[in-house]
Write a new protein. Structure first.
Length: 332
């Protein structure tokens, strides 16, 4: 895996390049990461809607499967899994590594110009232009700054997408990345037309019976070690079948685990397909979630990271647990 860049150009250093790219672009594709969350897809939709308001031809393409739980985001109806043949410019959002684009990572090779917009410290720097602000609370914050600097419109729909991005990536303004700047931006987006109560409802209070059953199965099977400092659980195909759910409906399981008062490292192992396991990691100070994922080709943020490997849970889980135990024992 390409080493992450530690010093990134500032927005003011690259905005003229981005403006020139936009001026010569004919068809622009906006690409979030696989299994897109509200920060990734909300950022892509916000940028696309703003550019369309300026008369540009912009398409939003997602790696399959379609993230249907985000259908409340303005502009979602225009999202497609199909890749247009005529795109000449690609903007990517909230994706630190090529692998996280899943079946759409070939677009990086097929498209001559790639603008990489992100806030992950583990970003590989794969873009023709890289706009990566690691101190931003969400990629939506980076997109807002970019649109504002470009003089692009922040309509009510754009603001709603950006608010959803910011709100969810800060855990409803509860995570450590909730800064003064993030809170002020949230207020500005509400002033621009975002409805905070509605975004909160759709983000955290609209789960299906299937989701709740699946979470119950996962929480019922949780295990702890080291006085509750390490907690983990699994989401298997058998559990999905029992709950009548699909893997998209497992996203809140990690939130349940990290709510434990003793937790310092929380892990969820997901059987996303036979022989393929996804790992979600959350940590509390002083532990770095990327330190758990990095040995397995993953990455993310200090407090939230992930990885995906072509191994069954039974083989992968013990290796991850050993890394996590080592971190916790090193500062016991």
């Amino acid at each position: 895996m390409t080493a992450a860049v530690t010093a990134w150009p500032r927005l003011e250093d690259v905005v003229d390049d981005i403006r020139a790219i936009l001026d010569r672009a004919h068809v622009i594709a906006c690409l979030p990461h696989k299994d897109a969350d509200a920060d990734s897809l909300g950022s892509a939709l916000a940028f696309a809607l703003s550019m369309r308001a300026m008369g540009r031809d912009v398409r939003v393409v997602v790696p399959p499967p379609m993230p249907r739980l985000l259908d409340y985001l303005p502009g979602f109806a225009s999202v497609s899994e199909s890749v247009p043949d005529d795109i000449d410019t690609l903007f990517t959002f909230d994706c630190p590594t090529r692998a996280r684009f899943g079946d759409r990572q070939d677009l990086l090779q097929r498209t001559a110009t790639v603008v990489n917009v992100d806030h992950h410290v583990s970003n590989e720097g794969f873009g023709t232009v890289n706009l990566v602000e690691v101190t931003a609370s969400a990629t939506g914050q980076v997109v807002h700054d970019l649109l504002t600097t470009l003089g692009a419109p922040i309509t009510a729909d754009v603001a709603t997408n950006l608010y959803a991005a910011l709100f969810t990536d800060t855990g409803g303004f509860r995570h450590e990345n909730t800064t003064e700047e993030a809170l002020r931006l949230g207020a500005d987006l509400v002033a621009a037309g975002a409805n905070p109560g509605w975004v909160a409802l759709k983000s955290y209070k609209s789960r299906s019976v299937r989701q709740l059953k699946l979470e119950g199965l996962a929480v019922g099977g949780l295990r702890t070690e080291l006085d509750g400092r390490l907690v983990w659980s699994e989401v298997t195909e058998a559990m999905l079948a029992e709950a009548g759910a699909d893997m998209m409906e497992s996203e809140a399981v990690i939130d349940q685990l990290q709510s434990l008062d003793t937790m310092q490292i929380a892990l969820v192992f997901k059987e996303s397909a036979p022989g393929i396991t996804k790992l979600s990691v959350r940590t509390r100070d002083p532990y770095d979630a990327t330190a758990v994922c990095r040995p397995f080709g993953g990455g993310g943020h200090h407090r939230a990271a992930g990885a995906e490997v072509h191994e069954p849970i039974a083989a992968f889980e013990p290796r991850v647990l050993e890394v996590a135990r080592g971190l916790l024992r090193s500062t016991r």
